[in-house]
Ligand binder design. Structure first.
Ligand code: OSB
Ligand code: MG
Length: 369
């Protein structure tokens, strides 16, 4: 495919409600939408670098810089026969995985559309529906949290994840377990704790949690192995896993027993698939993490989550859980049974609503050969 034109858009979308984690409160989400035009086909991708370097060191500004000055020049005007070939062309760039993943996603869409197949099919997906969960930010009070959980359960969500931080943790877990003894429940600390908090996590062992996500350092693998050995509840790593190599290290060290896969964090769908396949061979369940994506990113996420070893419900919720109006049509819905349909049309399988996209664009730049 001859890569003729690439466009970047810095978008900003207001969240339906503020999202509070141990990293702070987000009111809106800034990402980059990547559009690739090749031989009459348009592909779309989303880079999940955020406005702030709190979850990852990458930001919209660093991703824009890396895309504009290194990634785009390495493929623009070239005739590329596969996604692997494109990845090779920019393999000299170290890190900056969210920037890479946004471009790679648009290329996946181009290649799937050129073959007239869905992204799910091209990735090796085996399901037409995926099980979905919801990630709930830290609430001010226990009654507010219970109400949120009730509402999401009524919408069908199969699994509840709550964010925790020191001072906002065990009391929420206890209250939810009392109110909802049987739901699938997990917690996400986003690296807010240290090994010295081990007793808190031992206490959590009593509440039948599916997993504890990223309790310790955002780049740590070693200390998580010490914590995991003392716990019954599986640890799941998010922030610490940037590659297949990190995954292998974490599993061999028994630092975690579940892996959260986010294509942005690991550099794209290709690396995500390698991690998925490795974990399948090692009997390590994986699930799909989210980055509050717009419908463009969500479409790719749903496709990847249709692979067989995504055996736990993902952080892939309905468009309206995040935004009043999505930038794709149709928007993503959750079925009453807590599943989401995997798009079957070619590529991402949804249409970009250009009017809405224009409305949320704060900066736009076109690169031509
Ligand atoms: O840690 O999983 C996380 C959102 C932004 C950054 C980090 C995380 C999250 C979420 C939201 O938990 C998941 C979603 O997109 O629904
Ligand atoms: Mg997380």
């Amino acid at each position: 495919m001859k890569i003729e034109k690439i466009e970047l858009r810095h978008i900003k979308m207001e969240l339906v409600s503020p999202f509070t984690t141990s990293m702070g409160t987000e009111y809106d989400e800034e990402h980059i939408i990547v559009r690739v035009d090749a031989e009459g086909i348009t592909g779309w991708g989303e880079s999940v670098a955020e406005g702030t370097p709190f979850y990852s060191y990458e930001t919209v500004t660093t991703a824009w810089h890396i895309l504009q000055d290194f990634l785009i020049p390495s493929i623009l005007g070239k005739d590329i026969s596969s996604i692997d070939e494109a990845i090779q062309l920019y393999s000299k760039v170290r890190g900056h995985r969210m920037a890479k993943a946004g471009l790679e996603a648009a290329l996946w869409d181009v290649f799937a559309k050129s073959k007239n197949i869905s992204l799910s099919k091209m990735m090796g997906g085996t399901r037409n529906k995926i099980d979905v969960g919801v990630s709930i930010g830290i609430q001010k009070t226990i009654p507010e949290l219970i109400k949120k959980v009730e509402d999401y359960l009524a919408e069908g969500y199969k699994r509840i994840k709550i964010k925790i931080a020191p001072g906002n943790d065990i009391q929420f877990v206890q209250a939810l377990r009392k109110e909802f003894p049987d739901i699938l429940l997990q917690v996400d600390a986003n690296s807010a704790y240290e090994l010295k908090h081990i007793d808190l996590f031992k206490q959590m062992d009593a509440y039948n949690l599916l997993l504890i996500e990223q309790p310790l350092g955002y780049d740590d693998i070693y200390e998580h192995s010490k914590l995991q050995k003392e716990l019954k509840t599986p640890i799941c790593l998010d922030e610490s896993i940037h590659s297949l190599a990190d995954t292998r290290a974490a599993i061999e060290l028994d630092s975690c027993r579940v892996i959260n896969i986010k294509p942005g964090r690991v550099g794209g769908f290709t690396e995500s698939k390698l991690i998925h396949d490795y974990c399948a061979a090692e009997n390590i369940p994986v699930w799909f993490g989210g980055m509050l994506e717009s419908g463009i990113g969500r479409a790719g996420n749903v496709a990847l989550a249709s692979l067989p070893n995504f055996s736990l419900p993902g952080d892939i919720s309905a468009s309206k859980r995040y935004y009043n109006e999505d930038i794709v049509e149709p928007e993503f819905l959750v079925n009453k049974d807590g599943t989401m349909d995997v798009p079957t049309k070619p590529g991402i399988g949804v249409e970009v609503n250009m009017k809405m996209l224009e409305k949320v664009t704060v900066k736009k730049k076109e690169f031509k050969m």
